[in-house]
Design a protein around this ligand. Structure first.
Ligand code: SAM
Length: 326
């Protein structure tokens, strides 16, 4: 139960696991089941027929269906060919854009239940190594099950706290790309279907209690970003949350940009045109030290973007938004 009518404005998103299936094979499959492929721009959630589907405009492996279409009993879902994942939750791996080569070394620092891990693995064409950390034992089991179902062959799941990993450990010192999708307030979630397991926390009531909690979460989130920046070969770090609160989003990014770790390794934000250029809604200018930085940040607003609320940032070493004055 979502208790939120805005949830009805979110299509049923289905991501094709390209490890097992191609987008064209999926289209043939859906058509054979009686669905009609329509243009993305004609897909209007309130009026769409239950028999229509569309290919997403921003994520090439994602399809949109009527909100009430269920895939739980579909073989393609049970065998891992289809992954039920909200559109915004597909942005981080897509923006990280990890290389697909035998030499690729990538970390997913906060992996369970593994939707983004399986997306990263598919983007890497199952090549190289994707280290997937998860500190919670129970959620780690869920991650392992998900990786098995999605047939991810290049993932090494590790039941450990990412903050305890030594960046200079030779196993990880060659990692070039990192995804950080840490615990957050979950305040952006209006359609809990896709996030029942993905987000491990319930949103809090408002008031001082909420503010205290957000500040604590932000301290932890910042610690994670700063730790990621210490890995000597890392070139690109995506930090994301399913929170709509600037405290966990722009404020964490702004503090990370000013941190010793960022200054030492010359991290800046990726330029706006490198971060999902077709997506209009960007970060809040008034929450950043440099308002121009907001154009490099992605926001999704529940009820307005046909997704849950979400935030994505991308730090790059060396050649990003601009050099900062120390
Ligand atoms: N990326 C996941 C996905 O798309 O399926 C969702 C991640 S969820 C928002 C955050 C996860 O990070 C939780 O499972 C939590 O247990 C884990 N976590 C939090 N702090 C961690 C840490 N320091 N090291 C490793 N995992 C951590």
């Amino acid at each position: 139960q979502t208790g939120d009518s805005r949830a009805a404005s979110i299509p049923r998103y289905v991501r094709i696991n390209t490890t097992l299936w191609s987008v064209d094979e999926a289209i043939i499959h859906f058509k054979a089941k009686g669905f009609t492929l329509i243009e993305f721009d004609s897909f209007e959630t309130s009026t769409i027929s239950k028999r229509s589907f569309a290919k997403d405009k921003h994520i090439p492996t994602l399809f949109l269906f009527h909100t009430n279409v269920s895939f739980q009993d579909e073989d393609a879902y049970k065998t891992g060919k289809l992954i039920l994942q909200d559109k915004a939750s597909c942005f981080p791996a897509f923006i990280l854009n990890p290389p697909a080569s035998k030499a690729s070394r990538v970390i997913d620092a906060t992996a369970a239940p593994g939707n983004k891990t399986s997306h990263l693995s598919a983007l890497m064409s199952n090549l190289g190594t994707l280290f997937a950390f998860e500190r919670d034992r129970k959620r780690f089991s869920t991650l392992q099950a998900m990786l098995g179902k999605a047939k991810c062959r290049n993932v090494e799941p590790i039941n450990a706290d990412f903050l305890t990993v030594d960046p200079m450990d030779s196993k990880y010192s060659t990692v070039t790309h990192m995804l950080l999708d840490p615990s957050c307030s979950g305040s952006g979630i209006i359609n809990r279907l896709d996030y029942l397991v993905e987000s491990e926390q319930e949103a809090d009531p408002s008031g001082q209690q909420l503010e205290d909690r957000l500040n604590k979460l932000a301290d932890f989130q910042l610690m994670m970003v700063k730790h990621a920046m210490k890995f000597p070969s890392v070139q690109r770090i995506v930090y994301s949350t399913c929170s709509i609160h600037a405290i966990e989003d722009e404020h964490v990014v702004r503090a990370a940009l000013k941190s010793e770790e960022a200054l030492a390794a010359h991290f800046t934000l990726a330029r706006p045109h490198e971060v999902l250029p077709g997506w209009k809604r960007r970060g809040y200018e008034n929450e950043m030290d440099n308002p121009d930085d907001a154009a490099s940040l992605i926001r999704c607003l529940p009820g307005e973007d046909a997704t849950n609320g979400f935030f994505v940032s991308c730090f790059v070493k060396g050649s990003g938004q601009r050099k900062r004055k120390h």
